[in-house]
Design a protein around this ligand. Structure first.
Ligand SMILES: Cc1ncc(COP(=O)(O)O)c(C=O)c1O
Length: 372
């Protein structure tokens, strides 16, 4: 048993299972609040945990602003009592109507959404105005990831200005998400942020000089969080997500994130040991996310030197010279390489406190549709 992840009643723990340690989650939250200088500068992303219970732990820590990527996550946050939810995604097609329904059904929650295109912004305005409601809009800026977001420049200022004139839209600021900045060295991440920040601040000034408010700058994920947290700039809201459960991918990579530790572990079992140098675990691609390269997909804990040799839907094949130590049924702990999509593979997580499984939390927002 790994001392960081005590679990005494293993006979009652099915495998593969994802086990969450709320004490470690609380610690991660407290550390991030401390680094941010208080909960008001945080807007954590819910996509990592997708659970009402962890949303409540964040609310208990004083976090009032939340970020999500899907309508289902937004609904889950609203039902957990989150007062301010940014859907950090461009909403198109029927998802616009679902947003309107959320606004109608959850008057206690203020919603906002990303914009990055004039026509889509026009359509959004038509949908909310026709329903007689209003939504906050955050201009998504492409600061180097080249995924979504409008290029920083005049067209961005014009889009923000035209959104401000459209019925039903309330301009609330910019999103500056730099998913490409994950250099291990803090100085390199800082340099990466500096590279795009000056033009973003110039854009903010330009927009403000047109008489428009830009109250928020919603910034970054977990790797650049300590950099943004250290900035003395009005309206900065840091939006890390992974930190809450953390994983083997980020864990240990960033010295300035010391104190944030993986809070979810996979319990897996040896299902076969066909040769003296191979064990096969019940930790297939349906139990742990397969987006990292095979060698970084999982980190086996307390395991002799090994190489991940293959990964199928329900099997993880591990080569180790010490396979002879294992027999079918033996439990192995593993940290996911990428916890966010791993969580989404599980209908529920087991909750461990005091070394025992004390409950189960539904991964409620793994579903695409809740009620709206
Ligand atoms: C828009 C946006 N904001 C914040 C985050 C959180 O980043 P991280 O997972 O590094 O904490 C993500 C992650 O995908 C994201 O896409």
């Amino acid at each position: 048993m790994n001392p960081a992840y005590p679990l005494s009643d293993l006979d009652s723990v099915y495998s593969p299972a994802l086990v969450v340690y709320p004490e470690l989650v609380r610690r991660n939250i407290a550390r991030v609040v401390e680094l941010a200088g208080g909960p008001a500068r945080l807007r954590p992303h819910v996509k990592t945990h997708k659970t009402r219970e962890i949303a409540r732990l964040l609310l208990d820590a004083g976090v009032t602003r939340h970020k999500c990527a899907t309508v289902a996550e937004a609904e889950m946050l609203a039902t957990a009592g989150a007062p301010d939810v940014l859907i950090a995604y461009p909403l198109v097609g029927p998802n616009r109507g679902r947003l309107v329904e959320l606004i109608r059904r959850f008057p206690g929650t203020t919603f906002s959404v990303l914009i990055d295109h004039p026509l889509a912004t026009q359509r959004l305005s038509e949908a909310v105005a026709a329903a007689g409601v209003e939504v906050g809009v955050i201009l998504d800026l492409d600061v180097g990831q080249h995924r979504t977001g409008i290029t920083v420049g005049n067209a961005a200022a014009d889009l923000y200005e035209s959104a401000a004139k459209l019925p039903g839209l309330r301009p609330e600021g910019f999103q500056v998400y730099d998913g490409h900045n994950h250099q291990p060295d803090r100085a390199d991440r800082e340099a990466g942020v500096r590279e795009f920040l000056a033009p973003v601040l110039a854009l903010r000034q330009e927009v403000q000089s047109r008489g428009l408010p830009v109250p928020r700058l919603v910034c970054g994920g977990t790797p650049s969080f300590p950099v943004f947290a250290g900035l003395d700039i009005d309206g900065v809201e840091c939006s890390p997500g992974t930190f809450v459960l953390h994983d083997a991918g980020y864990g240990g990579k960033f010295a300035d994130l010391a104190g944030i530790t993986p809070a979810a572990v996979l319990v897996t079992r040896v299902v076969s040991r066909p040769t003296a140098d191979r064990v096969t675990l019940d930790l297939g691609t349906k139990a742990v996310a397969s987006d990292p390269p095979l060698e970084r997909r999982v980190k086996l804990l307390d395991f002799p030197e090994y190489e991940l040799a293959g990964h199928n839907e329900e099997h993880l094949i591990v080569k180790t010279a010490e396979a002879g130590r294992y027999t079918p049924g033996d439990v192995v702990y593993a940290l996911p390489g990428h916890v966010c999509p791993t969580v989404a593979l599980h209908k529920e997580v087991l909750v461990s406190e005091g070394g025992k499984v004390v409950g189960r939390w539904a991964v409620a927002a793994r579903d695409r549709v809740l009620t709206v």
